[in-house]
Each structure stands twice: as structure tokens, then as C-alpha cells.
Design a protein around this ligand. Structure first.
Ligand code: SF4
Ligand code: FES
Length: 257
């Protein structure tokens, strides 16, 4: 099986980029990242610069392997990360255009690698709970209803890949932020900082250069973990509550409202 790849090559953040053409012979059972490995082995043999791309787990867990394939973040297969995509998804001789995430909040580092530290800053602003350290509490000390546990798990499935940003015409990070906010807002452990968290995370999202949500829904369609835009509605409700009923001067939000 042969594919024609047009891969975005860019030596550095301020260098001009261009598509370069490669025509690897591949095994249809290879993963998409293995296909890029084959191309890179060939480039290394020719003493040329291999294609830089991010990856880690190659199991759909870590969220590192983002790239746009024929205009779709993570490629054509729904609910699938690039590392879980297989060459057999494509036709023999098909041409593929492979690009990095393109968003102001994700500046290009090299080739297909982008700087996703904007997401780290958002998590640093509120993607945590404050808990007493020491011995682990008994498993059933804090009961969580089945509905809440399921909803929190659905939100926690977000792997922070950034496909939602890459798919959004506004390059908004709302689906990512909503997943993190909703995960913690649904659990008792997340209540003490619930409203401060949503304000801080949304502020940092704006500062990091991500756009606003205008309800296109492209984020949910591109998300490999099928995170629902219902979580954006939950984020907006909490943000509205925090904004309309801020804590008194000199006080902080404490507890659920
Ligand atoms: S919401 Fe989906 S697309 Fe966005 S970062 Fe999380 S897993 Fe990736
Ligand atoms: S390499 Fe970890 S999700 Fe793809």
C-alpha cells in the first residue's frame, strides 16, 4: 500500500513553513504514527531532518499526538486519537495533508509540534482541589451518587489533546476548560473552590490567547473522547453565578451555592 503524504515542515517558530511530499510504502495494519516513523527512518538514512511530532503513550491516553489530517484534527475516524488511527483507514494511493494544530494559543515549535503550555497554565489556575494531606481516608467517607460519579467520569475522560481548539473556528479552549471545571464541580471534593476555580480558569484561558465559544460544536465532533458540549453549559452556569454573586469584599468563595 502506498500513500502520498504532504507534511508541514517548519524548522522553528519564526521560520517559514511549507508542505513536503513523501511517498512511503506501508503496511495497512500500521498505526498512523508508525507510518510517520517509517518516513523518519528513511529521512534519517538520507541524513535529512526527521519530522518532529509529539507522541507518548500511543494508546489514546496521554493526549500528546495531535495533528490535523486532511483538515480534521486526529484524522477522519470519529472518537479516535492520531495514535489509534490505522493506515487501513485510507485508500491505496490517497493523498494526505498533515499539519500541526493551528491556533494562536498553540504556537508552532517545529513541524507538527505545538506549544500546549497554555493548557498547563489553565490547569495551574484551578484544575485541582485542596485536601488535607496525611493518611488516605476510608473509601466510603465521602459518598458520591452514581449519576454524579458517572458525569464526573465522563468529564474526566478529557486527555488535554487540544483537538477541540484546533477544530474551533475561534480556537476556543472552552470544551477543555468545561471538562476540567465540570469534573471537579460535580464532586463533593471540588465544592470548596468551585466558583473561584471557574473564574480563574476562564481568565487564564483568555490570557493564553484562546478565543471565545460561539456554539459551533466543532469541538465535540473532533474530540477523541467525545466530551459533550453540555459541559460548556455547566461552565457557563457556574461562571454566571460566580460573576453575578461575587463574594463580599475581602472574602473568598467557600462552599457550593
Ligand atoms: S475536550 Fe476532547 S478534544 Fe478537547 S482537549 Fe479534552 S479530549 Fe482533547
Ligand atoms: S500518543 Fe498518547 S494519546 Fe496519542
Amino acid at each position: 500500500m502506498k500513500l502520498v503524504l504532504h507534511v508541514w515542515r517548519q524548522a522553528g517558530p519564526n521560520e517559514p513553513g511549507r508542505f513536503e511530499r513523501y511517498e512511503p510504502h506501508t503496511n495497512p495494519h500500521m498505526s498512523f504514527l508508525e507510518l510517520l516513523d517509517v518516513v523518519n527512518e528513511g529521512l534519517i538514512k538520507q541524513k535529512a531532518d526527521p519530522i518532529a511530532f509529539d507522541h507518548d503513550c500511543r494508546e489514546g491516553i496521554c493526549g500528546m499526538c495531535g495533528m490535523v489530517i486532511n483538515g480534521r484534527p486526529h484524522g477522519p475516524q470519529r472518537a479516535t486519537t492520531t495514535c489509534q488511527l490505522h493506515v487501513r483507514q485510507f485508500r491505496d494511493g490517497q493523498e494526505l495533508w498533515i499539519e500541526p494544530w493551528r491556533a494562536r494559543g498553540f504556537p508552532i515549535v517545529k513541524d507538527l509540534v505545538v506549544d500546549r503550555s497554555g493548557f498547563d497554565k489553565i490547569i495551574g489556575a484551578g484544575g485541582f482541589i485542596t485536601a488535607r494531606t496525611g493518611s488516605a481516608p476510608d473509601g466510603n467517607t465521602i459518598p458520591v451518587g452514581k449519576g454524579d460519579a458517572d458525569r464526573a467520569m465522563d468529564a474526566a475522560a478529557c486527555i488535554g489533546c487540544g483537538a477541540c481548539v484546533a477544530a474551533c473556528p475561534n480556537a476556543s479552549a472552552m470544551l477543555f476548560v468545561a471538562a476540567k471545571v465540570s469534573h471537579l464541580a460535580t464532586l463533593p471534593q471540588g465544592q470548596p473552590e468551585r466558583y473561584a476555580r471557574v473564574v480563574k480558569m476562564v481568565d487564564v484561558m483568555d490570557e493564553a490567547g484562546f478565543g471565545a465559544c460561539t456554539n459551533h460544536g466543532e469541538c465535540m465532533a473532533a474530540c477523541p473522547k467525545e466530551i459533550s458540549i453540555d459541559f460548556i453549559a455547566q461552565l457557563n452556569r457556574d461562571l454566571l453565578k460566580a460573576t453575578l454573586a461575587p463574594p463580599p469584599e475581602g472574602k473568598h468563595w467557600t462552599g457550593a451555592a
